[in-house]
Design a protein around this ligand. Sequence first.
Ligand SMILES: [Zn+2]
Length: 363
Amino acid sequence: MLSLNERRNAVLPERLTPDIPAAVAQNQAPSADSAQASALSPGTVAQEVPAPEPPVPELQGEAIVMTAAAAPGIPAEQPSEYTAPSVPTTAQGADGPEGLNRAEAAGSLQQISGFQIDFINVGQGDAALVRCAGEAMLIDGGGAEDAQLIYAYLERRGITHLKAVVATHPHEDHVGGLAAALHLARADAVYCSCSEYDTKAFNDFKHAASAQGLEIRVPSPGEQFGLGNAVCTVLGPISPHPENLNNESIVLRIEYGNTGFLFTGDAEREEELEILDTGFWLSSSVLKVGHHGSSDATSYVFLDRVHPAYAVISCGAANEFGHPHEETLSRLRDCGTAVYRTDELGSILCASDGTNISIWAEP
Ligand SMILES: [Zn+2]
């Protein structure tokens, strides 16, 4: 594991991804990512990623969006039984914006040979299942009303073991469904930005963890752990923000081959600036947009450093906060980032073969 100083020393120059529009057009991860991979972990990450398998026949053609190559090794799966909450049926099964079609594939754990993220549609909340080479991690679990959904989603994909469960912060729309996940699957580690928070949702989460003999751990910036062939690095929180727990969100960057994925929880501008100050590598192919697309997150200066080709916004249809805010969408447009929203598309799936990114909506 690299120390914080080693990571800081490994940081590349200020402007990290100058050629993003071209990268988007070619559907390649920013080339600087590979430079960083070798700078931080020479001879490991990039080389360990297996060569992509031949495309699965069912995935060729219209199923995959914005990529020339189909997601490798992800065969078709039957549609889920459960119904995602609070999303109009008109948003289900329809083509999304910018030509996004629904794929005929979702992929179970056993079937996934590469790297896949499921941004699970939990309405106004966050939940993402990350799978790589037979290992799985859950980042947030939606609200308490999503408990059954989360349980069924994981169960259907054969998840009985989670390498890590990450609650980015203790708010109910992130931890509410995590107890259900822990009732289904054994976890190796459970992380949150705090270990005490006096709400029923958090205490249910904590009790489910302790029933497995696990204590909630608050990770430190720079801490790393593996998930299959992927490397997860904790970038935040940096400092306490008792006045606004959003700014204590665990921020996690996952690197798989030459592709990077940044999860920011509900971090707002203050935490973004703190993370920028650390000098951590931020450039990522895909950004899970902070705070459901609220204008208080995804600041220009932060976005400039992340410079994602793709962004996923997890929010509820017609939510009371007006998320995502137009200011955020405007910034993402200015960055040339393609935006996918769970309120419009339902659950959004994202696969990487280490070089190419595929994004599609759950059928
Ligand atoms: Zn939230």
